[in-house]
Design a protein around this ligand. Structure first.
Ligand code: FE2
Length: 267
């Protein structure tokens, strides 16, 4: 799957792989004023670079190191001869072959290792300055990009959807909420997300999502005190697991989301 759609001055590029005839997960990259934000997955790298070869593009950036956001890095650097930038913490991870799960191999493919350049705290396109803000919720190296004069916040995976109820293993909901609060301080008008959805009431969406996490957290802790397991709490609050748990061999599930309220990783 490779689909390009234009939203005013933003070009959205959706990428994904068909598994048994359907696209289970897709991921968005965005092209604005010559800057590509995220480069999709390895499986769609050729379609991406063929498309970009006919566009006015001067550089690419990654929001974080996950394989569905860096898969086009190497081919973009080699064919288009433009620089790719990533958060400082992402650099050593992108520079080596990542250990990935079999579902990730199927969905995204494994990116070729490559050496990219470190991001600072701002980056300039031809017409706009973008502020780079470290959020470190979804992953420790995650950054978001704010184009303040337009109210655009490119969230990567840091804000994916309202009311999530599934997560990867080891995703710490305390850090996720901290990141949501940090993004709210930026007062975005638009949230431009890696799910492909663009929200026009960005700050309200963030407020609602923070309130949702706080409410679920209280319920989860009360149910845990009553003796329920995380699996039982997930079932009570959200119903039975979907096929994603089996497909990802437990790496992505509702139970993981509940467990995320009890992780105490360092800030
Ligand atoms: Fe991610």
């Amino acid at each position: 799957m490779f689909e390009v759609k234009r939203y005013k001055d933003i070009t959205r590029i959706m990428m994904g792989t068909e598994v048994n005839g359907r696209v289970v997960f897709s991921v968005a990259a965005y092209l604005i004023d010559g800057l590509l934000i995220d480069t999709g997955c390895h499986n769609t790298r050729r379609e991406l670079v063929d498309y970009l070869a006919n566009q006015n593009i001067s550089m690419a950036v990654n929001t974080h190191h996950h394989v569905d956001h860096i898969g086009g890095n190497k081919v973009i650097m080699e064919r288009l001869k433009i620089p790719v930038f990533a958060p400082q913490e992402s650099l050593p991870i992108i520079a080596r072959k990542q250990d990935i799960f079999s579902y990730q191999e199927q969905l995204w493919g494994c990116p070729e290792l490559c050496l990219v350049n470190p991001l600072g705290d701002k980056i300039h396109t031809t017409h706009y300055p973008l502020q780079i803000v470290n959020t470190s919720g979804h992953s420790g190296d995650h950054v978001v990009f704010l184009l303040r004069e337009r109210g655009w916040l490119f969230t990567g995976d840091e804000f994916f959807m309202e009311k999530p109820n599934s997560a990867r293993k080891d995703e710490d909901n305390r850090l996720v909420v901290k990141a949501l609060k940090k993004m709210l301080t930026l007062q975005p008008e638009f949230l431009i997300t890696s799910s492909g959805r663009i929200y026009s009431d960005g700050s309200d969406v963030l407020r609602r999502t923070i309130a949702y996490f706080e409410k679920i957290k209280d319920r989860v802790h009360n149910l845990k005190k009553s003796g329920m397991s995380s699996k039982e709490i997930a079932s009570k609050l959200f119903g039975e697991e979907t096929s994603l748990k089996e497909f990802t061999e437990g790496q992505f599930s509702r139970e993981n989301f509940i467990e995320g309220f009890f992780i105490n990783s360092a800030d």
